[in-house]
Design a protein around this ligand. Sequence first.
Ligand SMILES: Nc1ncnc2c1ncn2[C@@H]1O[C@H](COP(=O)(O)OP(=O)(O)OP(=O)(O)O)[C@@H](O)[C@H]1O
Length: 242
Amino acid sequence: MVKLVANNLEMKFGERHIFSVDRLQLSQGQTIHLQGDNGCGKTTLMKLLAGLISPSRGAITTEGFEPLPWWRSNALLGKAVYLHQHPYLFDGSVEYNLSYPHPFCNMTKQQLSERTQTAIEMAELTHLKNQAASSLSGGEKQRLAIARAWIMQPKLLMLDEPTSNMDRFSQDLVLTMISDLQQLGTGMLISSHQSCVLTSLCNQTWVIENQHIMSSYTANNIPDSADSAPINLQEPRYVIAN
Ligand SMILES: Nc1ncnc2c1ncn2[C@@H]1O[C@H](COP(=O)(O)OP(=O)(O)OP(=O)(O)O)[C@@H](O)[C@H]1O
C-alpha cells in the first residue's frame, strides 16, 4: 500500500501562518473530504502533498512507491495526481488530452485504447472528442481532466473543488468515475467547501480551521489500526499536474 505521511508540518507565506499539523496520512483505500473556508489553505495543502511547493517546516515522506529514477530529485512529484480547480489542459483536441498520460501508464496499447474509449463514453465527451480542449466549457474541462485521471488509475488522487463548475448531469458522470477509482483502491483527497455529490463517498474528513488541521472519521469507519488513526486533534498539529 502506498502512502504520503506529513510530520510536524507548518506552512507560512512570509510571516503569515496558514496552518500547522503534527501528522497527516493519505494512503490507498482512504477517501477524505477536505473542508474549510475560503483562503484557509486547502489548495496549499494539496500542492504541498503533490510536491509542487515546499513546507516552511516539517517533512512529507512517501511509503510503498517504486524507487526513484536517478534523475528525479523531488521524491514527492508525481506520487499523487493533483487536479486543479481550473484544470491544466494541453493545446490540442479532447482525444489528444486523453492520450497524453499513456506513456506514464503501465498498460498495454490495447488496454490503453479500450480504457480511453471507455473514459470518453463515461465522461460523455464522444461528440466533443475532436474539439479543441481549450474551447470546452468549465464543467466539460473538469470532466475531461477527471476522465484523464481515470485512465491513469493513480494510486493517490487529489481533487481540488472538482464539482465547482458542474451541473447535476456532470456531477453524476464524475461520481461514476470517482466511485470506480475508489473501488480500485485509489486513495483520494477531495476538497469542497460544502457537501457535494462526491463527499458522500468519503470515509474521513480533514477540516482546516483556526490554522490547524483536524481529522475525523465517519461513524461507521473508525479504524482499528493504530497506524491509520489520526493523531492529536487539539494541538497544532500532501507529475503530472492536471
Ligand atoms: N504563493 C502565495 N503567496 C502568498 N500567499 C499565498 C500564496 N498562495 C496562497 N496564498 C494565500 O494563502 C491562503 C490560502 O490559500 P489557498 O488557495 O490554499 O486557500 P483555499 O482554502 O484553497 O481557498 P479557496 O476555498 O478560496 O479555494 C490564502 O489567503 C492565499 O491568499
